[in-house]
Write a protein that binds this ligand. Structure first.
Ligand code: NAD
Length: 373
């Protein structure tokens, strides 16, 4: 018997696919909806190749309420949702803000409405450390705790803050309305997971980040420099107040992040806390130059880069204080930055075309042999 059935929106995307894998590996059934705007359905096959279980997949847009209603009707066993589907390019969000509000905020409202009609009470939401903005503006907020004042510096971050607010108001209202009717109200719960910088791939080398357009996160870009697909890495500013002048981020292996979702979902189901926010990060800050060094070491040569102007909306330091998640969710990161770099390189080196190619046979053999042991 399955532990539960989870609808994963954006489940063929980077973090969504790894979370779907973690759910399947831990006894959950998974139903994915994704419009494939930034991902490929092949992710569903790779998840199955790794864990031997298949997620159901529906090509549905999260802004399409009728489409979501149909999925919930087909799967009345769904009792929780993990919501990843969103647009996420910080720069682009300033150029086409209405599209970001429509998809991110509008899509979340559609989802919550469909969930409510289907009586699905738990939601785990992909928020971001971006909601804090420049935490160095407030004394003693690095590493950043959840009580750090919110202050996003870009449109993308503002969509995340709005969605957190919408979820909080909605779950509170569902609890109050249920109480008034004398119905069980504790079942309505939400987790707001504020991720720091997800990175890395599956250690098998057959599953990783495969965005449809140009990646803009540091490690995937470094991967493209290493394969020669890009000439050099652009470093946005070396005049920050850090030890080497480049911005500080908290890099978290995507396998650890996926486990964090599982921990949060289990916490909601067991403790019924209402809505709560948790940071998912390692607590360790690394500069851009340190990351270039770590990845270059794995690749075995120095990777070229060029320092250019700071990017608008970027902040000096986003390092998590993950103490709350450590204590309440009994979750902490287990993998290192070096693990993430090695796993990413194995994925990039062996799959230069991402999911548009078959994985190398020897990686599949190794995976099979590992399973047989
Ligand atoms: N990667 C990061 O650095 C990071 C950091 C913090 C938060 N997040 C959040 O985590 C979530 C997942 O990010 P990711 O890195 O896996 O990105 P991703 O682009 O790989 O995944 C998002 C998925 O959502 C899908 N999607 C987009 N619009 C949709 C729509 N209208 N309907 C249905 N599906 C849609 C895309 O096709 C994609 O598969 C996002 O909400 C993102 O904002 C990401």
């Amino acid at each position: 018997m399955a532990v539960g059935t989870v609808l994963v929106t954006g489940g063929t995307g980077y973090i969504g696919s790894f979370t779907a894998l973690a759910l399947l590996e831990n006894g959950y059934e998974v139903v994915i909806v994704d419009n494939l705007y930034n991902s490929s359905e092949v992710a569903v096959d790779r998840i199955e190749a790794i864990c031997g279980k298949r997620a159901a997949f529906y090509k549905v847009d999260v802004t399409d309420e009728a489409g979501l209603d149909e999925v919930f009707a087909k799967h009345p066993e769904i009792d929780s949702v993990i919501h990843f589907a969103a647009l996420k390019a910080v720069g682009e969000s300033g150029e086409i803000p209405l599209e970001y509000y429509r998809v991110n905020v509008g899509g979340s409202i559609s989802l919550l409405r469909a969930m409510t009609r289907a009586n699905v009470p738990n939601i785990v939401f992909s928020s971001s450390a971006t909601v804090y903005g420049d935490a160095t503006r407030v004394p003693n907020m690095i590493p950043i705790p959840e009580h750090c004042p919110i202050g996003p510096t870009n449109t993308y971050g503002r969509t995340k803050v709005m969605i957190e607010t919408v979820i909080t108001d909605h779950i509170d209202a569902q609890r109050n309305n249920s109480k008034k009717k004398g119905e069980p109200f504790e079942k309505w719960n939400g987790a707001l997971l504020r991720y720091f910088n997800p990175c890395g791939s599956h250690p098998s080398g057959i599953m990783g980040e495969d965005p449809q357009g140009v990646p803009y996160n540091l490690l995937p870009l470094l991967g493209k420099v290493a394969t020669g697909e890009r000439e050099k890495l652009l470093v946005f500013g070396d005049d920050y107040a850090s030890k080497d002048g480049t911005a500080i981020r908290d890099y978290i292996h995507v396998l650890d992040l996926a486990r964090g979702h599982l921990a949060a979902l289990n916490y909601l189901r067991e403790n019924k806390p209402g809505v709560k926010a948790w940071n998912l990060g390692s607590g360790r800050g690394s500069t851009v130059f340190e990351m270039i060094k770590a990845f270059s070491k794995v690749v075995g040569r120095d990777l070229p880069y060029e320092v250019v102007e700071r990017r608008q909306g970027d902040v000096l330091n986003l390092t998590a204080n993950p103490a709350l998640a450590n204590a309440e969710l009994k979750w902490k990161t287990e993998l290192t930055l070096e693990d993430a770099c090695a796993d990413l390189w194995r994925w990039v080196e062996n799959n230069p075309k991402g999911y548009r190619q078959d994985p190398p046979a020897e990686l599949l053999e190794t995976l099979k042999a590992g399973k047989a042991q």
